[in-house]
Design a protein around this ligand. Structure first.
Ligand SMILES: N[C@@H](CCC(=O)N[C@@H](CS)C(=O)NCC(=O)O)C(=O)O
Length: 392
């Protein structure tokens, strides 16, 4: 699901590629036809012309390459920019798909989550908000057209929009959202928009001249010595390490497993449609497009991702191995959670990511073939019952 729109866009690329190949083929035919129609030339002059053409081509090509190589390149396009605050007029009024309200929410936060229901990064954010008993509105974004986030220069979900005194503060990137909110909840002296300044983004030129943005410090909590004193430096580092592992390793196990076969991909998309209530939010043609084209595209992309992230031939085994790796680390602690008797942000991140595939065949297999089940259901219990509201 996370890659649906990418998948659909790849489709466009694929069809334009096909068009490209076709037009090249047609051009070649036209040239061939053209040659046949022109006056016949002697083989000698044709040879001379060809050599001249190749020579000229090589010269121009070399010159162009040298020019490209010597062209000054600005790798970093801007440094350290804070996500700007927006005013009322800049945010389109959209009726929330859902309003999640938790009795006794003391956070004082007014939040709207722009999301795809089964995107692992969005599930991570929801796991955090639900565990801490923070109320929020949900706006389900159409992964194909993404109209609901047109106002945002950041084009991914989740985006969390916080209503603050001065306007609306967007928070981008799941890990940044969680770190910023967690820091804010623990440090009552700072306003949310002040906390956001600790998570600037830089824009740089990535591979192939693609402009990319990176949120800085996203795994770091911004707390002073006083607030941090309840945990050791090692505990804080460990939490950070497992959060990074969730985003850089665990999450890459999902697509190749969920879209392992065409049937599994279709089953996954039907489940996405159910839990994302696509029937309510999108017209039938768009829903069917998302389900059928999405499932087919993701089945194809899943194979590529399997290679890119070095999953085993039996992709399930890679999923089991990674989950067992985490479960073993928890077991060695001798406590129910990585965070001890209460979950920490690492527990919430792993739970959120696995929760995003709960209705898929891969998830059933995972519970039956790995050691993650006990921890997973303990997490589900504390998240659903907002057990963290006491700490918020
Ligand atoms: N690092 C980001 C990754 C977010 C992300 O990749 N989200 C996907 C959906 S799961 C997305 O919006 N992709 C762009 C798209 O769908 O066009 C985070 O942790 O929030």
């Amino acid at each position: 699901m996370s890659l649906i729109s990418k998948g659909l866009r790849n489709y466009t690329v694929l069809s334009s590629l096909t068009r490209d190949v076709c037009s090249k083929f047609l051009n070649r035919r036209m040239i061939a036809t053209g040659t046949a129609n022109t006056n016949a030339k002697s083989p000698k002059s044709t040879l001379k012309l060809s050599i001249l053409g190749v020579g000229l081509g090589a010269l121009v090509g070399t010159g162009y390459s040298i020019h490209q190589l010597n062209k000054p390149r600005g790798h970093i396009l801007n440094e350290q920019t804070t996500i700007p605050m927006l005013n009322e007029i800049e945010i389109p009024k959209i009726t929330p798909s859902k309003k999640i309200r938790t009795v006794g929410d003391q956070s004082g936060l007014k939040l709207t989550l722009y999301q795809y229901q089964t995107c692992p990064f969005c599930c991570k954010v929801r796991a955090f908000l639900d565990y801490y008993g923070i109320s929020y509105d949900v706006i389900e974004v159409d992964p194909v057209l993404r109209q609901a986030i047109k106002w945002s220069p950041y084009k991914k979900v989740p985006i969390l929009l916080a209503k603050v005194n001065e306007g609306y503060q967007p928070l981008n990137d799941s890990s940044m959202i969680i770190s910023a909110l967690s820091s804010y909840l623990q440090d009552s002296d700072k306003e949310l928009h002040e906390v956001v300044k600790y998570y600037p983004y830089i824009t740089f030129m990535g591979e192939g001249g693609v402009v990319k943005s990176e949120i800085m410090n996203r795994y770091f909590l911004m707390l002073d010595q006083r607030e941090n004193s309840s945990r050791t430096v090692d505990e804080i580092k460990e939490e950070r390490q497992w959060r990074k592992w969730t985003d850089s390793v665990l999450v890459h196990m999902l697509s190749p497993n969920v879209y392992r076969t065409r049937e599994e991909a279709l089953q996954a998309f039907s489940w996405f449609s159910d839990v994302g209530e696509w029937e309510q939010h999108f017209p039938a043609w768009e829903r069917y497009l998302m389900i059928y084209v999405g499932a087919f595209a993701m089945w194809m992309i899943g194979k590529r991702l399997k290679k890119r992230h070095n999953l085993k031939d039996d992709v399930r085994q890679s999923l089991y191995d990674e989950c067992n790796y985490f479960a073993k680390a928890v077991r060695l602690k001798g406590t129910p959670f990585m965070g001890g008797n209460e979950p920490n942000l690492a527990d919430l991140a792993v739970y959120g990511v696995l929760n995003s595939i709960e209705g898929c065949y891969a998830f059933k297999d995972l519970l039956n073939n790995s050691n993650i089940k006990t921890w997973y259901y303990s997490m589900k219990d504390v998240v659903q019952n907002h057990r963290g509201s006491a700490f918020a």
